[in-house]
Design a protein around this ligand. Sequence first.
Ligand code: ADP
Ligand code: MG
Length: 316
Amino acid sequence: MADTLIKIDSLVKRYGELIALDHLALEIKQGEVFGLLGPNGSGKTTTINCLLSLLSYDKGTIKIFGKDMSPTAYDIKRDIGVIMQNVAVYDELTVQENIDYFCGLYITDKTQRGQYVEDAIKFVGLEDFRKFRPKKLSGGLLRRLNIACGIAHKPKLIILDEPTVAVDPQSRNKILEGIEELNRNGATIIYTSHYMEEVEQICTRIAIMDKGKKIAEGTKEELTAMIKNTETIKVTLHELPDAVLSEISALPHVYSTDFTDETLTVSCSGGKHNLIRVLEVLQNHDMHIGRVTTEQPTLNDVFLEITGKALRDKEE
Ligand code: ADP
Ligand code: MG
């Protein structure tokens, strides 16, 4: 059994009337890539800020590396790397100088620091931009600089708060691969996101948050096994008479159907041959079948079943 690195119990944080964290409990073990998944406003950043003692809270306990966390717990902070949601670098310093500055908060030996800064530049792929100032960098490169500043001192625990928001696909992949590499090299990771695809891709364990509460927790497999949806079938059709839709709704294992924008969606729970049965009905009625897909349940389905709403709006 791996060591517990972080233990949060009964954490309550209020902003005036608003309860941003409602008796949140989390336990994160050494070696995990732990995902905090939740829609905007669910309390992810508040959790991180409380965890780091950057924000006071109303109730609860927070232990990191087995010790009580506090604003002055510098011995704990030294082993943590933080990449905040809002990029925080100095505009007047170059890429290399920025990384050197943040690394210098922890590493005083100049030779060692030089090597660490070089490692960090290579790690995020900013070799060609080391003399650039932040204002000259694209959004994706700026995010990578933000990450380099947070990890250059080689911390044991790395916390990344939505590091891929508004980032181009190339930088996004680089960031996700980088996080997996940091984990392989021994770091424990806490990763917050409202993108379920990313969390599914890199996280070994996930807590799903909504309105300041943890509503579910587990591996992706454990979470999707909790819900009744086991398969979602989608078929594009020009038209679908109500009678045919009713027939599909009445099939075994089908628990919900929908036909909008020329797409038939059939949600199934358990059972085999669901797809074949659906297609049989359509064929019996001479429907013109377009594209057919079936999907395994995603973390979005988990969120949808527990909360009754989608993890994020369609237009995002
Ligand atoms: P997330 O990071 O998941 O998007 P946040 O932790 O930023 O969520 O916010 C949780 C809730 O607390 C939201 O309803 C947000 O509006 C509110 N909130 C966050 N920061 C403040 C603040 N400084 N003052 C008042 N309300 C805040
Ligand atoms: Mg946030």
